[in-house]
Design a protein around this ligand. Sequence first.
Ligand code: HEM
Length: 404
Amino acid sequence: MTTIERLSETELFENIFKPENRSDPYPFYRQLRRQPVSRIEDGRWVITRHRDIAQLLRDPRVGVSKPDPSDPRRQTIRKPDGSPFEGPFLNQDPPGHDELRAVVTDEFIPRVMTIRGHLEELVSAHLAPFVTGQAGELDVVNDLAYPLPVTVICELLGVPREDEAIFGDFARRLTRGLDPAETQTDEDLRELAIARGEMTAYCAGLFDFRRENPDDGLLCALMNRLDLFDLHATVQLLLIAGHETTVNLITNGTLTLMRNPSAMARLREDPDLAIPLVEEVLRYEPPVQMTTRRALADIDLGGVTITQGSRMFLMLAAGNRDETVFADPDRFVPDRESNPHLAYGGGVHYCVGATLARAEAQIALTALARRMRAPALVADPPPYRENAILRGPEHLPVAFERMS
Ligand code: HEM
C-alpha cells in the first residue's frame, strides 16, 4: 500500500487544502473517487464522481443557502420595504435566484456578443510593451491574465477606464468571500466587510455618475431593472465571479501549453484548435476546483443517505478526471472529442460568464502561442495562490526570445 492509499477520506480531503499540494492535488482526488460519496469527520460529505456531482447540481432537493442559516455570525439585512436582502443570486435558491439571474442573462449575454470582436485588440494592448524585437520575460499573471478580465468587465459595465485599477483591487480583496464560511477566520470576515463597504461606497458614486451620464452599458441597464440592494450585490458578483476564475483559466492554460509543447505548436499553426483546447484546460485544470451545497431533504446516493441539512462538497476537479467518463483522464488531449466537464458547474447556477471566459481564454492563449518565440518556463511548478478552491499560479514568469 502506498502512503496515499493509507489515508482516510478526511485526511485525503485535508490534503487538498494543504499549500504543499497546491501544484498537484489530483492524486488525492483520484484516491477519493474510490469512495465517491464519503462522509468526513465533521459530518460533511465529499462527492467525487462525475455522475453524482452532475446529478446533485441539478437536484431541486439540493440548495446553496449561503450564508449557512445555522451560522451564529449570520445577520439578516432588510431592504427599505422590510423584505430580507438575500445577497447575490449565486448564494440564493430558486425562486429568488431565478428572477435575478433572468435579469442579468437578458442584459449580459447580448453585450458579451458585442465585445467578443474587440477582445483581440485588448489582448494586443496588454502584450504591446513586450514587442521590442528583443528577448524578454513576462509574468502571464500580472501582465495579461490579471488585467484582461478587469478591462473586459469594466468595458461591459461602463466603468471609466481610469478606475480599472480600483476595480481590480476590489476583485482581489473580495474573492476570499467565495471560500466556504468555515475556512474563514473572524479577521477574514472583518477584512471582507471593509472591502465590501469600500466597494459599495465606490459603486454608489459610479451609479450617481451613470444616472447623470447614461450610456448603453450593462450597468445602466441593470440600474433600470434592479433595486439598489440587488444592484450592488449583482455588480459585485459579476466582478468577483468573473475575475479570479478567468485569471486562473488563462494562467493554467498557459502553464499546460508550456508543459505540452506539441499542443502549443499545433495551436500556433491552427487557431481553430483553441475551441476544444480551452475546454480541455477547463477539464484538466479547472479554475474552480469545488463548490458547496446543502441537502434540503434526505437524499439517497451511492447506497447512503445524505440527511437534510448536511453540507456537501462537490469536487468538480475530481469529476473532471473520472475515468468512467473521460478516457485517459490524467492526459491533456487538446482536441478531446467528448468533453462534458464540470468546470462551469451545472443546473440553475451554471456559470453566466461561460461564453465570455471561453472567448477571453481562446484569444489570450492563441495570441501567446502565436506571438512568443521559443517560450520557456522560468519555474516549474510556479508559485501558487493560497486559495485551494479558486486554484491557480500566483505568478507565471515566461522567458521568450522575441515577441511579435
Ligand atoms: C457561476 C465557474 C467566469 C459569472 C459559476 C459556477 C462556476 C463558475 C463553477 C457555479 C458555482 C456554483 O454552482 O456553486 C467559472 C469559471 C470561469 C467563470 C471556471 C472562468 C473560466 C465567469 C465570468 C463571469 C461569471 C467571466 C461574469 C463576468 C458567474 C455568475 C455565476 C457563476 C454570475 C452565478 C450563476 C448563478 O448562480 O446562477 N461560475 N466562472 N463567471 N459565474 Fe462563473
